[in-house]
Ligand binder design. Structure first.
Ligand code: EPU
Length: 440
């Protein structure tokens, strides 16, 4: 039985959307909670499958966890960790759980964590994570698909990252909190989720300076300096960017609340250049509308503060109906144009050559049966279906559920004709019934 989404396109979206806590921040905060003995509480936690998987990982390690759906909070009691192993069953379902590696090395000086491997959007290596932890004095062996990490003690060091990797910056930061002396990460990732993690750790008693810039210094502290805390996760800038695209795509008008607009500066400037009107209405809310025909745009995805790769597919969807030819270059992942064949089914005119896509705007898209291949490609198909003429059905929506809390409820509230349904028809048996044996 698979769940699908049916969307009847062409409705102008209007109203207000409340953005949830950031998936890519909260998962790391959950790992960070392992560092301090005692019970930490995190607020603004979205109800997502990835959060549930992370809770399971933490439980496997001996943490006691609970999730209050009403309050959107989780409690993590890491007083007694009883294990250092994060198994393949869970890490393979959610690669972000690899982040427990740094926390375990920091707290227990030992970890056995499954290697996440590649995924639909690219190879996604973890070599910088490993090199960074080794530079702090961790002995690392890769055996049977697992990273076996052990350290007698951790000592601060200077670490230069070839690419400002988000995950590597986070794993190194987590381990370095309890190292002896100072660790300096150069060419560090500057994403808001990194700053959120540093703020969380500092509130816990860590000593981290420079998060949000390309150089982060972590002055090691002692285990007894760390204490559990209560903390509120930052809003999800990628979810916000998705709803911004939805209002623009449908020529609607809406208010997006509970966001930090400065986390979306680059994206906002590109959407404005395309013809959207985006106004700040208070420090945590913006109004988004679009009356004009969109204009083509050139985009190159870059690490923060550049154009976010996670919103590239949304911009491409808008470009499919813009005036002129847009050039979109994906520079972070090898395979992040999985939405292209699906958008073509809807009538989009896209020419793709390796990591470049030439998108020639057409008059409009038409509804089709679509397949979500990964989280963000899937979300961009929702936007495409909302602006298309006619009905679309999107399959494999479990990918989308990984990153969008209450997706269809939020869209219904702003006037979308959208519904989730279960498709439990046994297609193979049905088609067998219609086909003679020789055809099978
Ligand atoms: N890379 C390496 N070696 C490493 C680490 C990274 O070659 O050791 C490469 C990756 O293969 C990739 C690039 O560097 O091509 C960037 O990877 P990064 O480590 O920055 O990404 P990440 O930490 O794996 C997070 C988000 C992604 C988001 C990227 C970039 C989480 C859980 N995931 O991934 O979010 O695209 O940063 O901003 O935080 C999503 O939400 O849909 C998503 C994929």
């Amino acid at each position: 039985m698979t769940e699908k989404i049916r969307i009847s396109g062409g409705r102008q979206l209007k109203g207000e959307v409340l953005i949830s806590g950031a998936k890519n921040a909260v998962l790391k905060l959950m790992a960070a909670a392992l560092l301090a003995k005692g019970e930490s509480k995190i607020y603004n936690v979205p109800e997502l499958t990835d959060v549930v998987i992370m809770l399971n990982v933490l439980e496997q390690l001996g943490a006691k966890t609970s999730y209050d759906k009403q309050e959107k909070s989780i409690k993590i009691d890491a007083s007694n960790l009883t294990g250092v192993r994060a198994g393949y069953e869970l890490v393979s379902r959610m690669r972000a759980s690899f982040i427990v590696l740094g926390a375990l090395v920091g707290r227990c000086k030992e970890a056995v964590v499954a290697l996440p491997g590649g995924c639909a959007i690219g190879e996604r290596k973890v070599d910088f994570h490993i090199k960074g932890l080794e530079a702090l004095g961790t002995n690392i062996k890769i055996e049977n698909g697992y990273v076996h990490a052990k350290a007698k003690k951790l000592t601060g060091n200077d670490i230069y990252l070839d690419i400002p990797s988000v995950g590597a910056t986070e794993n190194i930061m987590l381990a370095a909190v309890l190292a002896e002396g100072a660790t300096r990460i150069q060419n560090a990732a500057q994403e808001p989720e990194i700053t959120d993690l540093a703020n969380f750790l500092n509130a816990m008693g860590a000593d981290i300076i420079g998060a949000g810039t390309s150089e982060i210094v972590i002055n090691g502290v002692k285990q007894e300096d760390l204490h559990p805390i209560e903390y509120t996760t930052i809003p999800d800038r990628i979810e916000a960017g998705t709803y911004m695209a939805a209002f623009i795509a449908t020529k609607g008008k809406g208010i997006i609340r509970n966001i930090f607009p400065n986390h979306l500066t680059f994206y906002t400037s590109k959407l404005t250049k395309m013809g959207a009107d985006i106004k700040l209405i208070d420090p945590t809310s913006i109004e988004v509308s679009c009356k004009r025909k969109l204009e083509a745009i050139n985009i190159i995805t870059q690490p923060y503060p550049g154009f976010p790769t996670d919103l590239q597919s949304m911009a491409m969807t808008l470009a499919t109906v813009a005036d002129g030819v847009s050039i979109i270059t994906e520079s972070l992942y090898e395979n992040r144009f999985m939405q292209v064949p699906e958008l073509r089914k809807m009538g989009a005119d896209i020419h793709q050559e390796r990591n470049h896509a030439l998108v020639k705007g057409v008059k409009n898209l038409t509804g089709a049966n679509l397949m979500a291949s990964d989280l963000r490609a899937g979300a961009s198909l929702v936007i495409a279906a909302l602006m298309a003429e006619g009905e679309s059905n999107i399959d494999n929506i479990y990918h989308i559920d990984r990153g969008y809390e209450l997706l269809e409820n939020k869209f219904k509230l702003i006037g979308a004709d959208i519904e989730r349904y279960s498709d439990n028809v046994d297609v193979l048996n049905q088609s067998k019934g219609n086909l003679s044996e020789s055809q099978l």
